[in-house]
Ligand binder design. Structure first.
Ligand code: F6R
Length: 625
């Protein structure tokens, strides 16, 4: 949430920061702003609405060129999305500009304290207190090198909550100072063509991958000073030197571009075969065994597990629901799945033999991070399934399995989701293998099925024209219902979520068997109902039951949209629209059945003239609780 960019170096900092903001706009788009330090003073421009509004302001009234600048795209928490509340915020004496991501929980008392000294606040944000406090702390800090960093440490020691702060001070024109507590921040260091050093700050690496792949990951409660001549130095909030972790970003800049697609989401949907293949790459052994070297838990620790919790939010939670079916089936270990925002507040029973699997594309979702910290406090082992390298969740977990989806820019998760599901399969199978729950040939046979998934997804994508056509005809629907059983149930939930968030159409996903217990009353003449049909080869005639459910809704006037595997003729008489997917083993089917639902939601939103990549009220990475 909120995009943060900073630059110090020889290039025109205005351009570098604006480019970074364009790449980070998906993190929040209520307002945007930029501050440059030029000729010994700060100049700012800020505007409510999308970045395009700020760009228009800058085109009409350009800021002076500078070599130090900070920029921000906002997802409002305290104070509405107005020009005044947009960041950067400047201290009353005009010396400091600050951008912020997170929530300063004790801002009310700090604000009162500032007001008591005669400071008049210009915004309703929690952030503005940081600007005033920082200006005051700077005046108190010893003169000389590192003064702004010292002031930042003093301020951070007083702040409660989660925050990333980036500040610039008129007296230190070649320096940026930043701090982080439970909110994301990465440092990039590069060189221009003539070898001059330049430095970047970003909420994530997308802010600067066009310039450098050399990144530094900061730890909790750390302050970083980046200075054109002195370079990068990191301390904790007390001032003790700290060593940041250096890593090389393996995403390239082109991966974060639209590449000819109208929407990032369309591009990311199209990238799914590759993303699934990349997530499997190197993890399926030549003899059909699982090779998960990066899971840093010993075989003995894995054998000792007697309960698994899967904890995540939103779409990632749906991946967790699918994981439950697969992991329980393959390992016979009980699995509970929970939304992260509820998990830690209900005092779950956790101990050393509990494995908590946290799933997060961004690796920064605050609810998930807090759940993981709670689990570790209770001595449970935590395994993260994550896409963003260098993010907080994998760093704080005992073990990590990265999905290799590449950057996901569209706010609605697509390839992130599919690769999370695949990673969950890998975890389940690996556990089964280590614990001897499956014979080698059984694991090998499922591994063979996993290898076929990228092609199966590609096949679904090649046949999406009828879905696009259908989407156009559904654009005026008031409500669309989604039904599924077994692993089709979480797929139904995911289809409904995608539609809600992108098309702003009321949608709900149901376990098909639950329909008769109430929701069937919603069905009226022409109500579209999407049904995810399991394979006819699925266990215990789930297939037959779903076919009956289709008939039930149709008998009550529903317009049935049926997703069924090739060769399933039983559904034909009851399907007003039939979407075919390739034959896939039941547990793996979500990887193919989800794809038409993504396309459907995306196309309905597009037909309704909505912004598919940046739906209203949302942000990509939810870094507040
Ligand atoms: C929906 C969506 C969100 C995220 C959720 C968790 O399309 O993208 O529901 O899945 O906010 O995000 P991560 O996976 O980054 O923790």
């Amino acid at each position: 949430m909120c995009g943060i960019v900073g630059y110090v170096g020889p290039q025109d900092a205005r351009d570098v920061v604006l480019e970074g903001l364009r790449r980070l706009e998906y993190r929040g788009y209520d307002s945007a702003g930029i501050a440059v330090l030029a000729d010994g003073s700060l100049a700012t421009a800020k505007k409510a609405g999308k970045l395009a509004n700020l760009e228009k302001v800058l085109a009409e009234t350009p800021l002076p060129s500078a070599t130090t600048a900070i920029g921000h795209t906002r997802w409002a928490t305290h104070g509405g999305p107005t020009d005044r509340n947009a960041h950067p915020h400047v201290s009353a004496d005009g010396s400091v500009a600050v951008i912020h991501n997170g929530i300063i929980e004790n801002f009310a008392s700090l604000r009162a304290e500032c007001e008591a000294t005669g400071i008049e606040f210009l915004s309703e944000t929690d952030t503005e207190v940081a600007a005033h406090l920082l200006a005051a702390a700077y005046r108190e800090a010893p003169e000389g090198e590192g003064r702004l960093a010292e002031a930042m440490r003093a301020v951070c020691r007083r702040l409660e909550g989660a925050f990333t702060l980036v500040a610039t001070h008129v007296a230190e024109p070649d320096t940026l100072v930043a701090a982080r507590r439970s909110s994301p921040l990465v440092v990039g260091s590069g060189r221009t063509a003539d070898g001059t050093a330049e430095y970047f700050l970003g909420s994530d690496v997308a802010a600067f991958i066009g310039h450098t792949r050399n990144a530094l990951e900061l730890g909790q409660d750390q302050v970083v000073e980046i200075d054109r001549t002195r370079g990068v130095s990191v301390t904790d909030f007390g001032g003790a030197a700290a060593e940041p972790v250096a890593y090389t970003v393996d995403w390239d800049a082109a991966a974060a571009e639209k590449g000819g697609y109208g929407w990032f989401m369309l591009k990311e949907i199209a990238e799914q075969p590759q993303a699934v293949a990349d997530t499997l790459l190197g993890r399926l052994g030549a003899h059909g065994e699982l090779v998960l070297d990066e899971v840093r838990l010993s075989d003995q620790e894995l054998r000792d597990i007697d309960k698994i919790f899967v904890v995540a939010c939103g779409t990632a939670y749906h991946a967790g629901l699918i994981a439950k079916y697969a992991i329980e089936h393959w390992t016979r270990i009980p699995v509970e799945v929970e939304v992260a925002s509820e998990f830690r507040y209900r005092d779950p029973v956790l101990d050393r033999s509990t494995l908590v699997v946290v799933i997060s594309q961004s690796g920064e979702t605050m609810d998930t991070l807090m759940a993981l910290r709670h689990a570790r406090d209770q001595k449970a082992r935590v395994l993260a399934i994550c896409n963003a390298n260098g993010s907080t969740i994998p760093r704080e977990s005992d073990a990590v399995l990265y999905t290799h989806a590449g950057p996901e820019i569209a706010v609605a998760s697509t390839k992130g989701f599919l690769t999370q599901v695949v990673a969950c399969y890998l975890v389940g199978l690996f556990l089964a293998q280590v614990r001897g729950m499956k014979f080698e040939d059984e694991v090998a046979s499922i591994v063979e099925d996993l290898r076929k998934l990228p092609d199966a997804v590609a096949q679904v994508l090649a046949e999406m024209e009828p879905v696009r056509e259908l989407a156009r005809s559904l654009a005026d629907a008031d409500t669309i219902l989604f039904l599924g059983r077994h692993v089709g149930f979480p797929v139904a939930l995911e289809g409904a979520l995608k539609l809600k968030e992108l098309a702003y159409i009321h949608a709900e996903g149901f376990a098909a068997g639950e329909l008769k217990h109430g929701p069937i009353a919603l069905i009226d003449q022409g109500t579209p109902v999407v049904v995810v049909v399991p394979s006819p080869r699925s266990r215990e005639s789930v297939h037959g039951k779903v076919v009956s459910n289709i008939q039930e809704v149709r008998a009550r006037g529903a317009l049935t949209i049926v997703i069924a595997e090739e060769g399933d003729e039983d559904v034909v008489p009851y399907a007003d629209h039939l979407i075919r997917v390739p034959r896939t083993p039941t547990l793996l089917a979500p990887v193919v059945t989800t794809v038409p639902l993504q396309v459907l939601a995306c196309e309905i939103a597009d037909t309704r003239g909505l912004d598919v990549d940046q739906p209203r009220n949302l942000a990509k990475s939810v870094t507040v609780e």
